[in-house]
Ligand binder design. Structure first.
Ligand code: PGA
Length: 255
């Protein structure tokens, strides 16, 4: 992290966990533990929990995000939620392009780009996920792949809008597996992302961009990962569901 240049951001990705009642309990458990945080703290919850999460987070420093949004404003898209709908209830953040959406729900770089566009148009801040599969890392194409994912997703995004983008580098082989990328591996790819953003938007804009690492980040490894210069925070799955663990990561990012 380089806090002189950019904001540190720790975001929880609750995935398909917690009902509204459990959401209130978890936010209430996290809030006192992170109130002194010297980083942004976000909890991204299932759609059905967002209203409860917003209510529970009132008066705290926890911001609430969604885990996806559709690219159209409204229409015949059964089961979908638009970025405008999220903005209308007071949501500020949305995760887009998570590998689980890409793997299980047919998300492509093109649909990611459309969702990013819609989210920005709705005034949201995007947590844009990129990352390689294990086979791709083994083939030595991680950098090319992550560059491509980043470039396509940012297609049409202006330099001013880039201020509302956070990129999360999440190697798919490290998500939910307990296998963390080494701090060096994480930093290396975060630096590649910063480089491609620099090519597109110039060095100053790239230096101001928050780039998170995600993939089995936990209380034990957060310090080492966050000590790296290009790792500006974390997108936390499993460990975000336990208040103490999540708070420990927030504490590591507050140093
Ligand atoms: P994990 O998930 O921390 O459980 O590996 C990270 C993510 O999917 O964002």
């Amino acid at each position: 992290m380089d806090k002189n240049l950019r904001k540190a951001v720790i975001a929880g990705n609750w995935k398909m966990n917690k009902n509204p009642k459990e959401t209130v309990e978890l936010i209430q458990a996290i809030a006192p533990l992170v109130k002194e945080a010297d980083c942004d703290v976000i909890a991204c919850t299932p759609y059905i929990d967002l209203t409860a999460a917003l209510e529970a987070a009132k008066g705290t420093n926890i911001k609430i995000g969604a885990e996806n949004c559709h690219w159209e404003k409204s229409g015949a898209y059964t089961g979908e939620i638009s970025a405008d709908m999220l903005a209308a209830i007071g949501i500020e953040y949305v995760i887009i392009g998570h590998s689980e959406r890409r793997t299980y729900f047919g998300e492509t770089d093109e649909t990611v780009q459309k969702r990013v566009r819609a989210a920005l148009d709705a005034g949201l801040t995007v947590i844009l996920c990129v990352g390689e599969y294990l086979e791709q890392r083994e083939q030595g194409i991680t950098d090319e792949l992550v560059r491509l994912q980043t470039k396509i997703a940012l297609g049409g995004v202006s330099a001013d809008e880039l201020k509302r983008i956070i990129i999360a580098y999440e190697p798919v082989w490290a998500i939910g597996t307990g296998k963390t990328a080494t701090a060096e591996q994480a930093n290396e790819v975060c630096a590649v992302i910063r480089q491609v953003v620099g090519e597109l938007y110039g060095a100053d804009n790239a230096n101001a961009l928050t780039i998170q690492y995600g993939g089995s980040m936990n209380a034990a490894n957060a310090d080492e990962l966050l000590a790296k210069p290009d790792v500006d925070g974390g997108l936390i799955g499993g460990a975000s569901l336990k208040a103490e663990d999540f708070a420990a990561i927030v504490k590591a990012a507050s140093k």
